[in-house]
Ligand binder design. Sequence first.
Ligand SMILES: *[C@@H]1O[C@H](CO)[C@@H](O)[C@H](O)[C@H]1NC(C)=O
Ligand SMILES: CC(=O)N[C@H]1CO[C@H](CO)[C@@H](O)[C@@H]1O
Length: 303
Amino acid sequence: MKQLLIYISLIIVPDVIAHRGYSGKYPENTLISYEEALRANTTALEGDIRLSKDGEVVIMHDLTLQRTSTGNGAVFDHNWVGYIDGLFTKTEPPQPIPRLKDVFDILIRPDVVAKNTYMIVDIKFDNQLEILDAVQVLLEEYKAHTSLRKQLVFGIWDLRFLERAKQLFIGYQLCFIGLSLGAARKHFLHELDNISLPYAALVDQEGQDFIKEAHSLGKRVFCWTINNIEQMHQCVAWGLDGVIGDNVDTLIENVRTTVNAMSPEEFEKYVEASNNLMGKRSRLYYYIIKKSMSLISWKFIGI
Ligand SMILES: *[C@@H]1O[C@H](CO)[C@@H](O)[C@H](O)[C@H]1NC(C)=O
Ligand SMILES: CC(=O)N[C@H]1CO[C@H](CO)[C@@H](O)[C@@H]1O
């Protein structure tokens, strides 16, 4: 019995976090992609924000509008009213571009609150710092909805945003999102609640040690962007707390349903098998990606 308890404490069923909503099936970062992710029983949502010229916080991944929408140019060069509010996604079925407050309206719905659904709001480092003030105004507007304090997790990439977010988002969770394990350890591991890193940053021994270190400090670690089934299994085997990906149903099947059905012994075998999955070529491949990401982080984010 004692042995059984020890085993059980080692099985972590990761949160399924819908990357830009259910973006594998629906236009990314739209209300339909969030609603469908919720309908599929995702644990959490993830989405990106940008600031429009007239100060509206818009849900959009890129700095510019043209990849995903019928618009053109940078989000901050256009007003929400009269321009962005009339755009649609290029991906079918055509959807309007939502604002962060539209997503808040989903999060505060009783059925969503009841499931403890949270959302990682990714605030990319190439935003203007003022976006944080605009978000704070929105939080003030929604402050009667106290569930949002538990539901919102603000994703921070760099030190300027960290300083300002700590002043503005008191009582809300902050999560580091980044490319470099070194930067995560040096600047953020002790500062923030949670850490979100790409697969390639966590795949080697240093990454595995980092996960253990984060856990020993009581922090949770999330990993992106996981769309490959082998990688889903690896994430489970590493004891990750959340897996961020585009295909919610596939994620749920592979990181939740199958794991929940395992006995402790089966789980142990599964972890062993996962540890032997990666060949020498994959290791080299991820080594190169990891080095490149550290360089990009240094060059563009300054950490
Ligand atoms: C989501 O979970 C609910 C409650 O556990 C269940 O009734 C429903 O069938 C699930 N939906 C899907 C798509 O699996
Ligand atoms: C969304 C999420 O997992 N939040 C967690 C971040 O980390 C703290 C502990 O540092 C947890 O309490 C939160 O639940």
